[in-house]
Each structure stands twice: as C-alpha cells, then as structure tokens.
Unconditional design. Structure first.
Length: 222
C-alpha cells in the first residue's frame, strides 16, 4: 500500500463515485511504484459492487490515463491463468470533459447479498491499515492455480493458516499472498503440479501455507 498514491487518488475527480472508489482500492493495493494485481472479484467485494461494474470502471480509468493494464501469463510453460497487472499514473490532471460516461447498466451489489453489521461487533476501519482478506486469498489461489492444483475452500483452519503465514510476509497485505502464489506458479518445477504427465503428487493450498514453502519460493530454492 502506498500512502502517497492513496492521497493522490482521494484528490482526483473521476466523474463517478464508484469509479473513484475503484481507483482508491487500486491505490490501496499498490506498491510505491504504483503496481498492483488484485482480481476483479477482490475489488468488487471491497467496493460492494458487481465484477462487471469493476471491469467497466477499470476501462474508464484506463481511458482517463489514470491506469495502465498489462495481461501477465505464467512464465513456467504458461502454467495458470493470465492475471492483470495494473500501474497507476496519478500525476496527470484529468479534464472533466474527457471523463467517460457511466453506463446505465452499471450495477451495484444487490442489497439482499449485503451482510448486516452488528452494532456491538462494529470495528473502526482505517483505510491505511494493511488488510488481509482470507476470502480474497482463497479466491486468488483458486484463480491463479485453476486446473493446476486442488481447489481450496475457506474454513476456520485455513483462516488460521493465513493469519499465521501473514507474520512471515514482508508485506502484510492480500496482494502479498497473491504475489507469492504467482511466483510459486511461475517458478515451481513440474513436480509440484503432478509431474510431466500430471498424474503424480500435487501441492495444495495447505502446502503453500507452510512458512518453509514461502521461504523456498522467495529464495528460489524449490
């Protein structure tokens, strides 16, 4: 997360409140170089809107020159799905006459799908605090390792695994987990994905939650 980019995003007028929220969320996930790679689902969950709305507003931010998107593909024999890498450019002023219009079909999250907030369980949220979203971690794992590793579901044990591994992360954020998953996918030998014919042993979400696996991935020692 870049405090500088967050401040710049807050000051920019995008012509639409949801578009502004998407921009702020991207800045929240970005490093100091302005790069981030959150999934559409992760952005949609945090902005309380649909994935289609996120795609639309990301396209509008690109049209405004505030954002660049690069589709990144696994480098280890093309393993895994492509992932979008975003680079924020918040230094150039945006002219209101160049602001893309808002589609009438832009949809927010249905009210019935919004979980109620308990009055006695409400926690004061500070947008500058690092956020680990276990659901987004699981979804990111499933997206990145689709058709490569077993699908993972979130439960109490895996929440604990995520929390424990967070202490070993250099950056305490959901994006750090996604970056770790992508590095493992791109650098791990075929052995971890069932071997050359795909019928052998496979790594799993639980295996990736081991500090030793994180350390080996970080050091290129798999």
């Amino acid at each position: 997360m870049s405090m500088t980019l967050m401040a710049k995003a807050m000051a920019i007028k995008t012509g639409n409140p949801l578009r502004k929220l998407v921009l702020i969320k991207l800045a929240d996930n970005a490093n100091d170089s302005g790069e981030c790679w959150p999934s559409y689902r992760h952005i949609a969950d945090h902005c309380e809107c649909s994935r289609s709305a996120v795609r639309e507003h990301v396209g509008a931010l690109i049209a405004l020159g505030l954002l660049a998107k690069v589709n990144r593909i696994g480098t280890n024999n093309g393993k895994g799905n492509a992932s979008n890498v975003y680079t924020l450019n918040l230094d150039a002023p945006v002219s209101s006459k160049n602001t893309p219009p808002v589609s009438a079909q832009t949809s927010a999250m249905p009210a019935e799908s919004t979980p109620p907030v308990s009055g006695d369980g409400t926690r004061t949220s500070h947008s500058f605090d690092p956020i680990i979203d276990p659901k987004a971690v699981i979804e990111g794992y499933n997206d990145i390792f689709a058709d490569l590793l077993p699908v993972a579901t979130l439960d109490a044990d895996r929440r604990s695994m995520i929390n424990r591994l967070t202490t070993h992360m250099m950056s305490k954020s959901t994006g750090a987990f996604l970056g770790y998953f992508e590095k493992f996918r791109n650098t791990a030998p075929d052995f971890y994905f069932g071997g050359e014919n795909g019928t052998g042993w496979h790594a799993s979400f639980d295996y990736l939650m081991k500090p030793e696996t994180l350390r080996k991935t970080r050091e290129g020692a798999l």
